[in-house]
Design a protein around this ligand. Structure first.
Ligand SMILES: NC(=O)C1=CN([C@@H]2O[C@H](COP(=O)(O)OP(=O)(O)OC[C@H]3O[C@@H](n4cnc5c(N)ncnc54)[C@H](OP(=O)(O)O)[C@@H]3O)[C@@H](O)[C@H]2O)C=CC1
Ligand SMILES: O=C(O)CCC(=O)C(=O)O
Ligand SMILES: [Mg+2]
Length: 739
């Protein structure tokens, strides 16, 4: 791709993908007069699955690996990519998507639970590449700048979302381990020169097991290794289960099993196994025969049990019921359907689940469909303290007030698979005790740990160039806003100590006079940011990759009700731009509602903001003045959209996502008609604006009268294009104007 007037627009999954079918035709028609090409790239879970098993497909079914192509483009200066949220599939989701494709006539293989042959191992490895967070790390060739735009903040002040009250006697709390976690075992070093390392384990018999070799590292790269002790984790979970029962609070666990696709499903599995311990002990043999693993949660376990003869099935189910009766009450994901916190690892994703809990007075839902104080287990101390301290702050100060609170924006170290989020290929579930070592090309041991069977060991990396770029971005944001930019780095953590050295060095490359750039631990930084936010002041958080993820849901959800309204820019390190749409996910609940009642409550504001930023970037890089005018008009339209409160309603028979796109188009056209910088655009868009205004009542009628009944799109992961497109564009009047 060398056309600087091209935008690559990703097609993803679930609610955002539905919304795209309605919004993209508007985008294409509004940008075309500026010579901008908007091309789509399908990176949906279904497309990514099909791309890895081409030999099972007919010629017509074959598709290319668009994600790899986009990843390569992200490294070029011309890159201008709009990235919508996509499914980061847990194993049960991956299997469900494979099943759906098979039912649609794609003769692809099942995911092999137990890979015994070379062929099965090959298929498993290919599918595993699609599993978990497989898209974002490929495209994120830059660090991230996420913030709530001023208009969004003002909207929230005028139309505050609900906030549950907090009281000092709330029993809700975060529980994490005292020892034996990643935090406790972390070791880190900065490489003085480039080298190639291997990861080996010295075993009791003196032999060496090679876990990975040939890993090339750069000069200045920070590497760290740590492990989670299986014994310590088990002891921790048992203690917390008993404590939740004694205190009468709901028991919950919050992990990132999607993003941390190797470690976190296993940790989640420890919880499932501990809660249902008698069942796993009693039926060990049957479960082994059924290929049951606790890591995918109770839903797939129950599905497998359902295949047993009735008497056997009933006996197991009764024992499961006994575990529920004897244990503490579990936090529910869906109390109507009996779905608990332990059913699916992708149902409780920490970055979204903890803010939702904090916003709901620190409570989660119990089986009576009421909210109740909750114990939130977050085993590793590294990041649990963010939530612990926020909860402490709310207990002391009451809930935040969206009408007066300030804002916490984020500059996140993310480029080139930074830190934990790039560790999957270096995370190992150890089958034997021994000494895990990272050994360089000269045979020097850089990092080592004594481990036991069952422990989870991992190595993380962060390269020097991304760290430099991150420090620069932080200084730029501090300068642009005048706000303090806090580096969330903890002297107590080995990795952070290495980063602190780098930060202190690279800050000297910049003029920092008059800027406030403190370095604080997670607890201190949380307290400092909460206090300033409460006082109505704005603060920049400058964080590593995990805290970037967590903070850009936490504060947006408290401040503006959702992270969907965030501006989320990734200035790519080679000069291109990646524009993410909001900071949150793909809202599976919204698809359920859409299919049941043809109402899509997804708010595309994040996409509108991303598009404006993308057009501005394009205007600058491609010296395209028309694009600049179109971008400025979109900014105006976005402000009108917020001021006039035209976001989708949550309720059927009211304006939904499609109606919100109509209003955006109307305001965008009017802004182009009103401007005087470009006469040609004015001439083109004046009649468009006139028609969109004149036909408003008719269009809204056409968009709402289809609602209230089920809609068939023939697939969840891979719906039929024509059906989705028709369902998302039901207004003939609007289509005629846009067309
Ligand atoms: N960038 C990416 O690609 C990301 C992808 N994901 C993926 O998304 C999926 C779901 O993740 P989950 O953690 O459950 O979080 P989601 O953000 O998808 O859902 C949480 C809730 O947030 C609200 N919400 C989110 N976005 C919008 C929006 N645009 N408009 C209105 N409401 C919105 C909805 O709540 P309500 O309707 O109650 O208001 C929604 O149910 C997973 O597969 C995950 O891997 C997650 C994060 C980022
Ligand atoms: O890639 C993912 O799975 C989630 C990404 C995410 O949550 C984020 O970037 O905030
Ligand atoms: Mg996130």
């Amino acid at each position: 791709m060398s056309n600087p007037h091209k935008i690559l627009y990703t097609l993803t999954d679930e609610a955002p993908a539905l919304a795209t079918r309605s919004f993209l035709p508007i985008v294409q028609s509004f940008t075309q007069p500026a010579g901008i090409e908007v091309e789509t790239r399908d990176i949906s879970l279904a497309a990514r699955i099909l791309a890895v098993v081409p030999e099972y497909l007919s010629e017509e079914q074959k598709i290319s690996d668009t994600l790899a192509e986009l990843g390569a483009i992200a490294k070029t200066p011309e890159a201008n990519i709009i990235k919508l949220p996509n499914i980061s599939a847990s194993l049960p989701q991956l299997k469900a998507a494979i099943k759906e494709l098979q039912e649609q006539g794609y003769a692809i293989p099942d995911y092999p639970d137990q890979a015994n042959t070379d062929e099965e191992r090959d298929i498993q490895a290919r599918y595993d590449k699609v599993k978990g967070s497989a898209v974002n790390p490929v495209l994120r060739e830059g660090n991230s700048d996420r913030r709530a735009p001023k208009a969004v903040k003002e909207f929230a002040r005028k139309h505050p979302h609900s906030m549950g009250a907090w009281s000092a006697d709330s029993l809700s709390h975060v529980a994490s381990m005292d020892e034996g976690d990643f935090f406790g075992s972390e070791k880190s070093t900065t490489l003085p020169a480039a080298t190639t390392v291997k990861i080996v384990q010295k075993l009791a018999d003196g032999s060496e097991k090679v876990w990975k070799s040939g890993l090339a590292l750069q000069e200045g790269e920070v590497i760290d290794a740590s492990f989670m002790s299986a014994k310590s984790l088990e002891a921790f979970i048992d203690k917390e289960i008993a404590d939740a029962k004694a205190k009468g609070v709901l028991f919950s666990v919050h992990m990132k099993a999607t993003m941390m696709k190797v470690s976190d499903p296993v940790i989640f599995g420890f919880f499932v196994k501990a809660f249902f311990k008698p069942v796993f002990e009693k039926y060990e043999e049957i479960f082994a025969q059924l290929g049951i693993s606790p890591s995918s949660g109770m839903t797939p376990i129950l599905d497998k049990i359902a295949t047993l003869p009735e008497a056997e099935r009933k006996a197991i189910e009764a024992d499961i019921e006994a575990c529920y009766a004897n244990g503490p009450d579990l936090a529910m994901v869906n109390s109507h359907r009996g779905i608990t916190n332990l059913h699916m690892p992708n149902d409780v994703i920490i970055d979204a689940s903890m803010p939702a809990m904090i916003r709901t007075s620190g409570r989660m839902w119990n089986k009576q469909d009421e909210t109740q104080d909750t114990k939130a287990c977050i085993p590793d101390r590294s990041y649990a303290r963010l939530y612990e301290e926020t909860i402490n702050f709310c207990k002391e100060n009451g809930a935040f007030d969206p009408t007066t609170m300030g804002s916490v924006s984020n500059v996140g170290l993310m480029a080139q698979k930074a830190e934990e989020y790039g560790s999957h290929d270096k995370t190992f579930i150890l089958d034997q005790a021994g000494t895990m070592m990272v050994v360089d090309a000269d045979g020097n041991t850089l990092l080592s740990h004594e481990v036991e069977a069952g422990d989870i060991w991992r190595m993380c990396q962060v390269k020097d160039a991304p760290v430099r770029d991150w420090v620069k971005l932080a200084v730029n944001r501090a300068r642009a806003t005048g706000n303090p930019a806090v580096f969330w780095l903890d002297e107590e953590r080995a990795h952070d100590r290495e980063l602190i050295k780098k930060v202190n060095t690279y800050l000297k490359d910049h003029d920092t006079t008059g800027l406030e750039l403190p370095i604080m631990s997670v607890t201190e930084a949380t307290r400092y940011s909460c206090q300033r936010t409460k006082d109505g002041l704005d603060t920049i958080s400058v964080t590593g990759n995990v805290l970037r993820d967590y903070l850009t849901d936490l504060f947006p959800i408290l401040e503006v009700g959702t992270s969907a309204k965030m501006l989320s820019i990734v200035p790519l390190m080679n000069g291109g731009g990646l524009f993410e749409t909001g900071a949150g996910g793909s809202a599976p609940k919204h698809v359920e509602q859409f299919v049941e009642e043809n109402h899509l409550r997804w708010d595309s504001l994040g996409e509108f903001l991303a598009l404006a930023a993308s057009l501005e970037h394009l205007a600058e890089v491609g010296s395209n003045p028309k694009a600049k005018v179109i971008a400025e008009a979109l900014d105006v339209a976005n402000t009108h959209y917020l001021n006039n409160n035209k976001g989708p309603s949550r309720k059927v028979n009211e304006i939904d996502n499609r109606g919100s796109h109509f209003y955006l188009a109307q305001y965008w056209a009017r802004a182009l008609a009103n401007q005087d910088k470009d006469a040609e655009l004015k001439a083109i868009f004046t009649p468009v604006a006139d028609k969109l205004e004149a036909q408003e009542a008719q269009i809204i009628k056409e968009l709402t009268e289809v609602q209230g009944k089920a809609v068939n799109i023939a697939g969840y992961f891979h719906p039929t294009e024509k059906l989705v497109s028709d369902a998302m564009r039901p207004s003939a009047s609007l289509n005629a104007i846009i067309g």
